[in-house]
Design a protein around this ligand. Sequence first.
Ligand code: B12
Ligand code: SF4
Length: 486
Amino acid sequence: MILLLHPRATKPKNRRLPLAVLSLAAVLEGREEYTLVDGNLDPAPGESLDRLMRDKPAELLAVSVMPGPQMVAAIPLCRAFREKYPAVPIVWGGYFPSLHPDAALNASYVDYVVRGQGEETLLELLEALRGRRELGSVRGLSWKDGSGLHVHNPERALRSPNEFPWLPYHRLDMPRYLLPTFLGSRTAVHQASIGCPYRCNFCGVVPVYGGQKMESPARTAAVLEHLRERYGANAVQFYDNNFFLREDHARELAGRLRPLGMRWWCEARVDIVLGYSDDTLRKLRDAGCTMIFFGVESGSDAVLREMRKNLRSEQVLELARRIREFGIIPEYSFIFGNPHDADRDTRETIAFIRRVKRINPQVEIVVQTYVPVPQREGMYGGVDGQIRFPDTPEEWATDRWFRFTIRTDPRLPWLPGHVKRRIDNFELVMASRWPTVQDARLPRWSKLLLRGLSSWRYALGIYDFPLELRWAQNWIKLRKPRFESL
Ligand code: B12
Ligand code: SF4
């Protein structure tokens, strides 16, 4: 028996299909006995693990760990499991151990780390645990040798999702995962590709995957049709880092998704979508494409070059202008806080965002603060010598590093407090002046109230001390209808 654990990562109302462990389940289905435990659904995952262990002792506990809340939730679960069942090996996979394999292995309750794509590595690890192959031959695996030294096996080449079986949705209580969003009343999630072919030096996807493989449009459409017919899904969020690359692929996808009548959201690159013909953009819209998230990062060409983003600010403005006529809402995400001059960078980025908004007020703005992740070829902003990442999961879970991970209060040596405050205040004014269409639970009156309170600030460019907006946002939050019980 293999236990697949997905520790709690989010609030119940934001629960989505646990794709990481479902992908592992897909390759175990029909050949191994396994059980899924999802902390986003199960209020007491530790007790569920105990119950399962009583029924049938497990051979392996496999845990998916994303940085932030999920890692914090994984620690006590794995520590307790190790104390009670010391003979059962524990493997961690996902973005946290892939980015920080040594920190993960420093925990006494982590025996193995799977870096990057996990399906084949997990199967080979099982063979090694059964004495049928050497641990050293399992690509993508990190482990501890007899003296406790960490061994990092060579990388594993990426395989296309096409090469793996479909996800075993039937092993989950599906209605509890198809929740209302602005896209539809029963929103599914799907990831049609893995990784990303670009090399932006601030991005956590690069060191984990270093490439991209896509599934065929035929398979994507067949999966969605199944989710619609079998479980009543009527909308989907695509989790791909770049849902669009080649135009012929996007056109085929549009043709296949259109008959499904589902509304969808995805992530894409500005330059790629800008390169598509009007006809392709129309076809995507008709196929249900409602909103696209774009990593714009900066309005400064020098900063974009430094980030290795392969993008120009002119393209960002051009896309904001062009996409209007197709009725697709763009979501532009910006990374504030260039380490060389965070103050100037903040002023320039705010000015650029105001230009974007003048061109297309529908563009939704996402404000992020730069938080580095280890990069093989050096981190954006030349900050390699300025930051020392924690050595253990426990240290990552401390208040200081938790806030760093979730970017609320990263406390970076190059980001003065007053600049961080300006970024936060600007974000609040933006979010009030243009409340997102994605919050389906926000009543109309509250949007009007927020707009009314923030208009003068935005018009005059006064972002400091937005106490009234903070108060209004909190007050509205308390009155919003809840989906928590779903
Ligand atoms: C869904 C998602 C979320 C969901 C989590 C849902 C959940 N897990 O319950 C939510 C919205 C909660 C979330 C939160 C965060 N996320 Co997030 N998220 C994603 C997203 C879009 C998809 C992940 C996914 O499910 N992919 C599908 C599965 C199949 O792929 P996978 O996870 O890579 O899994 C494979 C391997 O990793 C491996 N594997 C995974 N687990 C295991 C376990 C074992 C045992 C084994 C053997 C293998 C294995 O095998 C799998 C199949 O090959 C990714 C972007 C992306 N496309 O990867 C970002 C991403 C993972 N998130 C990221 C981050 C940083 C966060 C946050 C910490 C910060 C933030 N502000 O975004 C927050 C947490 C803060 C908070 N306030 O909650 C980063 C991680 C890299 C980094 N910079 O550190 C990513 C890559 C986004 C990005 N481009 O920066 N996230
Ligand atoms: S920022 Fe986007 S385009 Fe750049 S490497 Fe990351 S996922 Fe790819």
